[in-house]
Design a protein around this ligand. Structure first.
Ligand code: MLT
Length: 208
């Protein structure tokens, strides 16, 4: 792999026909964090799980921020390009179809940036507690890509207006967005797992 390589874990598929998942952890997580979630929501899928390359006080992230919820947008663009290149290389190396991103928090934000900046990198996305990643996003053609956006009603980091704006932005770009607001905060709950699993199942059934 080239210098765009990310430290990552890869688990091969154990059942044909399940979409590969690109697992993107939250701030302070790593490539191991979401493997269990990936197995729960889509048993049998190949799992590709990179570690964010930006360090904030030693905590891995996928892009720099100036403060909580205030992003260094030049870095968002640069890092989304790097991650898009990594996905292309990993697909060649491991023989994968375009993955569905499953991102939590900072990982969901870089997944949203990938959709906006490198839409061909993903076949769809599950965005858990995501925010609008760019104040002046391009208008990509998302051509019906399925996106599940799960927000927390009492999320202290993501205001309801922000996740609603992200849903509108992605729908306007042509994604098929399913946005649900759960009675939770920023952390994930069992409802996230159940909804994500059902959603993946319906996406798989459509593709079959
Ligand atoms: C971010 O920086 O991406 C968001 O504030 C979420 C977080 O990582 O806390």
């Amino acid at each position: 792999m080239t210098e765009t390589a990310f430290i990552h874990r890869f688990e091969p598929a154990t059942s044909a026909g399940s979409p590969p998942l690109l697992l993107l952890h939250g701030t302070g997580g790593d490539e191991n964090d979401l493997l269990g979630l990936g197995e729960m929501i889509s048993p049998g899928s190949a799992l590709l799980s990179p570690r964010g390359r930006v360090l904030e006080h030693g905590m891995p992230r996928f892009f720099r921020r100036l403060a909580e919820g205030v992003f260094d947008e030049d870095d968002v663009r640069r890092r989304a390009r790097e991650l898009g290149d990594f996905v292309v290389e990993a697909r060649q190396r491991y023989g994968l179809a375009a993955p569905v991103a499953v991102g939590f928090s900072n990982g969901a934000n870089i997944a949203a940036a990938l959709l906006l900046l490198r839409p061909e990198a993903l076949s769809g996305a599950i965005l858990l507690r995501a925010m609008v990643p760019l104040s002046d996003p391009p208008n990509p053609a998302l051509g019906g890509k399925p996106v599940l956006l799960l927000s927390g009603q009492a999320d202290p980091i993501v205001p309801a207006s922000n996740s609603a704006r992200l849903a509108a932005l992605l729908s306007d770009a042509g994604a098929r967005v399913d946005h649900k607001v759960l009675p939770s905060g920023h952390q994930l709950s069992q409802a996230d797992v159940t909804l994500a699993r059902d959603w993946i199942g319906s996406v798989e059934a459509e593709a079959a």
